[in-house]
Design a protein around this ligand. Structure first.
Ligand code: HEC
Ligand code: HEC
Length: 221
């Protein structure tokens, strides 16, 4: 009689490995090689130690890809490249106003493949960011944020960023950016994302400070 056991073991192994293969849409080991140029600001394996700069470790893949594509398109425009014949896609990426003088030079030359590989690498890193202080009680408005960002600031939805353990000053700056984006006439201003603009419209600057500190003190995993 034929022994099916080796075959059964192979199928079991394949099933166990499948979720990881599907997750890794970019090549994390090539991403690791490229990440040397990012380390100076985003830290070893994406764990930032500079105030006001974002952690990238354990950030969600789709979210990272979207941000890098937006930053790259704005950076190319800033450096005067291909502004005339923009595709509809490039226009949509530009509308996010994700350009940042500090980041632009490092992103402007990245290929799509580089962006996928770097994002896969950072999404795969465990995050052990040193806690900046004891956890704080959740502000009232947290009930709204958790619908999308997860109960403790970590979400499985790859299009939404994890915000737990993120740098407090960085969080505050981004929320203020979304807020001024709505306040400026004609849709000008920093960083546009309609979904977040409607969330921060009603928040005071103190609310923004409090919610940023609350999330900064949760573990980022
Ligand atoms: C000289 C410092 C510096 C270097 C080098 C650098 N970054 Fe950044 N990066 C920043 C800063 C500052 C921000 C925050 C920008 C803002 O406020 O919008 C940022 C933002 C980001 C974001 C958005 C994070 C988020 O949560 O939305 C990503 C993704 C990112 N960087 C990836 C990279 C990658 C990949 C590299 C290397 C190719 C890199 N960065 C190199 C300083 C740097
Ligand atoms: C309806 C879903 C939704 C809700 C509710 C929501 N967010 Fe967001 N948030 C998003 C999405 C999607 C993004 C990514 C936007 C982009 O692509 O730039 C985001 C981005 C952010 C960012 C930028 C993170 C980074 O790494 O740059 C911060 C900070 C943030 N949200 C905080 C909050 C807070 C605080 C609340 C509650 C007051 C909240 N969000 C409520 C969906 C939501």
């Amino acid at each position: 009689m034929r022994d099916w056991r080796p075959c059964a073991i192979l199928i079991l192994l394949a099933t166990l490995l499948l979720p990881q293969i599907v997750h890794a849409q970019g090549d994390p080991s090539r991403g690791a090689q490229l990440s040397g140029q990012c380390e100076e600001c985003h830290g070893d394996a994406g764990e930032n130690r500079i105030e006001g700069f974002p952690n990238l470790a354990n950030q969600n893949y789709n979210y990272l890809v979207k941000q890098l594509r937006e930053i790259r398109t704005s950076a190319r425009e800033r450096y005067g490249e291909a502004t005339r014949q923009q595709s509809a896609e490039a226009k949509a990426l530009l509308r996010a106003k994700r350009s940042n003088e500090i980041m632009d030079p490092f992103v402007v030359e990245l290929s799509d493949e580089d962006i996928h590989d770097l994002s896969a690498y950072y999404a795969d890193q465990a995050c052990n960011a040193v806690m900046v202080g004891a956890p704080l009680p959740a502000p009232k408005i947290e009930a709204r944020c958790q619908v999308c960002h997860g109960k403790f600031g970590i979400t499985k939805n790859s299009n939404i960023p994890n915000i737990a353990g993120q740098d407090a000053l960085y969080l505050e700056q981004q929320l203020l950016n979304f807020k001024t984006a709505t306040e400026m006439a004609g849709g000008a201003g920093n960083r546009r994302a309609g979904i977040m603009e409607s969330q921060v419209r009603m928040l005071s600057d103190q609310d923004i400070k409090d919610i940023s500190l609350y999330y900064a003190r949760l573990p980022c995993r």
